[in-house]
Design a protein around this ligand. Structure first.
Ligand code: TRP
Length: 462
């Protein structure tokens, strides 16, 4: 006899876990940075449109498929769309594996920066810190990279091992509210700073002439990554959702939470950056630079109460990353449990160690080990870390997302979809026809645009 599926205890449980998956380094690390180099306002507006017009419909589609079948990505697509579609789920499992490999490395850095900040708070901030290349030294230190990523992976595996209710939901119920409280504290502090006005204007006053053409595509590409779409993560989380809980309402809440947090994080970071004269011009050219080079310095030189807020900030980033690595690993683990009849313990150990092996190689590919750091498969992307990041953002997620929109939009029967969405739990404003139009036409066209831009225009979403 089959054991009953371990479900979320309530809609709130699901929303916190799914928001935990969505809110991650994408919100705190990538979004502020791409907002910066796409000149703010207009980009943010386009991003919001992409989230509403492309992200939300696909979120609904993924959760719908999961809740209906109560199976993880591969089985869910086979059962609800047709056996030929199982491979799209398999594509997602591979994508999860690829994202985990570099994501865990960055997640590991947050541990180190949390500890570093604690040290600075107690012993004083070193005058020459931001001047030297402390960041480069850190990423080039192989054993340290392995240790940090290993610790992070161990935390992730511990949660996954304990299962959906006792593991994932329980930790999300603790970490997500904590994250929101820390963010609120940071926001209050940031808004009192001198740069706040300039930051708000930068983010909320759109000047369309300043939006680079590929900013639109970048906003689209990022809306996938940030909502954890395109790889079956939301199918998998949706498969633990009870039929009593609304697909549409849950999707809406996850999307709103993710978006609000990305914007709040951006307001905080720019308020801090604009408060130090001349700082804006110096923002490092890499994504990592803003979070790990510019900000640590500012916490200790300009932020009021920075001694307290600095460590808290890195704790927050770490928490956000952890609830995301958990969901990435869960996609892989759930496949082995549901489709290969493996026990959760065995699947967790196997998948965790397997992904850690690649993670370890990614960690060594930032300078520690020459051959891993210097090879080039995609033009301009040097080493394994950059290659994996590039592969996921430019190829795996858009193609996966495209196939999911096709599967749900065109190959699933209308009856099935209506049964799931119009089941009496949907909010009053929801119109099936509108969603259907978006998932059949708007979303696939938008995603196809990303893929075409990558192939023909050499666009880059990493
Ligand atoms: N959404 C996560 C973030 O913003 C990253 C991510 C992408 C992800 N795909 C995922 C997380 C799938 C979990 C599952 O950081």
């Amino acid at each position: 006899m089959q054991k009953p599926r371990d479900l979320w205890s309530s809609r709130l449980g699901f929303v916190l876990a799914a928001a935990g998956s969505a809110i991650g380094l994408g919100n705190l690390w990538k979004f502020p940075y791409i907002t910066w180099h796409n000149n703010g306002g207009a980009f943010v507006l386009v991003y919001l449109l992409c989230i509403a017009g492309v992200g939300l419909p696909i979120m609904i589609a993924e959760i719908l498929v999961g809740r209906r079948t109560q199976r993880s990505a591969v089985g869910a697509l086979k059962e609800s769309v047709g056996s030929a579609w199982g491979f799209v789920g398999g594509w997602g499992v591979v994508t999860g594996f690829v994202i985990l490999s570099f994501y865990t490395v960055v997640a590991g850095w947050t541990l180190l920066y949390f500890i570093k900040c604690l040290g600075w708070s107690f012993n004083g901030y070193p005058i020459d810190y931001s001047g030297g290349d402390a960041f480069g030294v850190m990423t080039g230190n192989g054993p340290l990279q392995i240790l940090l990523a290993g610790l992070f992976m161990a935390c992730t595996m511990t949660v996954i091992y304990r299962g959906v209710g006792q593991g994932i939901e329980r930790i999300s119920r603790i970490l997500m509210p904590t994250l929101m409280v820390i963010l609120a504290l940071l926001l209050v502090s940031a808004l009192t700073m001198e740069g706040a006005g300039e930051a708000l204007a930068f983010i909320f006053a759109p000047t369309f002439s300043e939006l680079p053409w590929n900013g639109v595509l970048e906003a689209l590409g990022h809306s996938f990554f940030t909502l954890s779409l395109g790889m079956g993560a939301m199918i998998t989380y949706g498969s633990y959702l009870s039929r009593k809980n609304s697909v549409v309402r849950s999707s809406m809440m996850v999307v709103v939470l993710d978006t609000v947090i990305a914007i709040v994080a951006t307001v905080i970071m720019f308020s801090v950056i604009f408060s130090k004269p001349g700082m804006a011009e110096q923002i490092s050219r890499s994504t990592a630079g803003m979070l790990f080079i510019t900000l640590p310095d500012l916490f200790y030189t300009v932020v009021p109460l920075g001694k307290v807020l600095g460590p808290l900030f890195y704790l927050l980033v770490g928490f956000a990353a952890l609830t995301s690595t958990i969901s990435l690993l869960e996609v892989v683990v759930a496949y082995f449990i549901d489709e290969r009849a493996m026990s959760r313990a065995k699947a967790t150990t196997l998948c965790g160690l397997g992904t850690f092996f690649i993670t370890l190689l990614c960690g060594l590919s930032l300078g520690a080990f020459g051959p891993l750091s210097s090879f080039e498969i995609f033009a301009g992307k040097r080493g394994l870390f950059d290659t994996m990041d590039h592969l996921a953002a430019n190829w795996l997620l858009p193609i996966g997302g495209f196939l999911i929109t096709l599967a749900v939009g065109w190959f699933m029967t209308r009856k099935t979809k209506e049964e799931e969405l119009m089941d009496g739990t949907q909010p009053g404003w929801f119109r099936y026809g509108v969603w259907s139009f978006f998932i059949r036409f708007v979303s696939p066209a938008a995603v196809a645009l990303i893929i075409l831009a990558v192939i023909f225009l050499g666009a880059d979403f990493t």
